[in-house]
Design a protein around this ligand. Structure first.
Ligand code: A3P
Length: 296
């Protein structure tokens, strides 16, 4: 199933047809979660693959075997993608780890009655848009990004594939979110305190680890380890689908790369759109406090 140029529009949001069909998207909204399931939810480029690695390592008590022998999309498949049912059927791992980029409002009905544990990962949207821009250049299943200014505008309008970052984050983190068992972790927390993140996630998953196991988890999900792990760096994906000559999936892995891309004018415009779209949102932005940045 190549469908590299196909776009599926579902509930007003565009999805790459290479990975999604109307059927696979519909099926996601009818999925029955088990109480033992772990769901990783995120807007693309927010640290999804990193959290998949962290969760796999925690549930393996720091043993890297699973991370180093099974691709991330098999050990934590995307709920809405067309291969999901096949992978889940073939998988015997407990607990099941499932990933999604769907917005909160589409999944609330199926999550509401469930005790599945949800980990929502967010990232400074300025770094998200820069990472997404570079990813569009290498991912042949995403549209040509064109020049950065236009791409940035489409991100702010919410018309890129996977929809609006603002609606995604507000939906999953709002206090009225009707989902039990939700842990919100930011990319910035992961970056600034990886061991602390491992402990926080392991305690949320009720999988307490001893110090050595925490150290092993942190070691095997460091940027360097994941960049060199072909089960998480996407180099297993053929060139025709991801053009590795145009960039690496594990690109920079840092906070604040947006500064190398944004003009002062773009930054000011971004801040004004951010202030207006996030008005009334009670979310505390960790990146605004911990790394000395005044704005997102
Ligand atoms: P950059 O493009 O800024 O480098 P996702 O998995 O949601 O698509 O996110 C991909 C982003 O997470 C990329 O960001 C990638 O480098 C970064 N990333 C993945 N693993 C990481 C790790 N262990 N440490 C830091 N960043 C990581």
């Amino acid at each position: 199933m190549a469908r590299l140029d196909v776009t599926e529009v579902f509930h007003g949001i565009s999805f790459p047809g290479h990975l999604h069909t109307q059927d696979s998207l519909q099926l996601a909204l009818k999925f029955t979660f088990k109480d033992t399931d772990i769901l990783i939810a995120s807007y693309p480029k927010s640290g999804t693959t990193w959290m998949q690695e962290i969760v796999t390592l925690i549930t393996s008590r720091g043993d890297p075997h699973l991370c180093q022998t099974v691709p991330n999309w098999t050990r934590a498949p995307w709920l809405e993608q067309h291969y999901f049912a096949t992978l889940l059927e073939a998988s015997s791992t407990t607990p099941r780890v499932i990933t999604t980029h769907l917005p909160h409002h589409l999944l609330v009905p199926v999550l509401q009655g469930s005790k599945a544990k949800v980990i929502y990962v967010s990232r400074n949207p300025k770094d998200v848009v820069v990472s997404f821009y570079h990813f569009h250049k290498m991912a042949n299943f995403l549209p040509e990004p064109g020049p950065f200014p236009g791409f940035l505008n489409r991100f702010l309008e919410g018309t890129l594939h996977f929809g609006s970052w603002f609606e995604h984050v507000k939906g999953w983190t709002s206090h009225t979110a009707a989902i039990n068992n939700l842990l919100h972790i930011t990319y910035e927390e992961m970056s600034l305190d990886l061991r602390g993140t491992v402990k926080r996630v392991s305690s949320f998953l009720q999988c307490p680890l001893v110090e050595d196991e925490v150290n092993n988890c942190a070691e095997h999900c460091s940027f360097g380890s994941m960049r060199d792990n072909k089960m998480s760096n996407y180099t297993l994906i053929p060139e025709g689908i991801m053009d590795h000559s145009k960039g690496a999936f594990m690109r920079k892995g840092v906070i604040g790369d947006w500064r190398n891309m944004f003009t002062e004018e773009q930054n000011q415009y971004f801040d004004s759109v951010f202030a207006s779209k996030m008005q009334g949102c009670a979310l505390e932005f960790v990146w605004a406090k911990s790394n000395g940045e005044e704005t997102p």
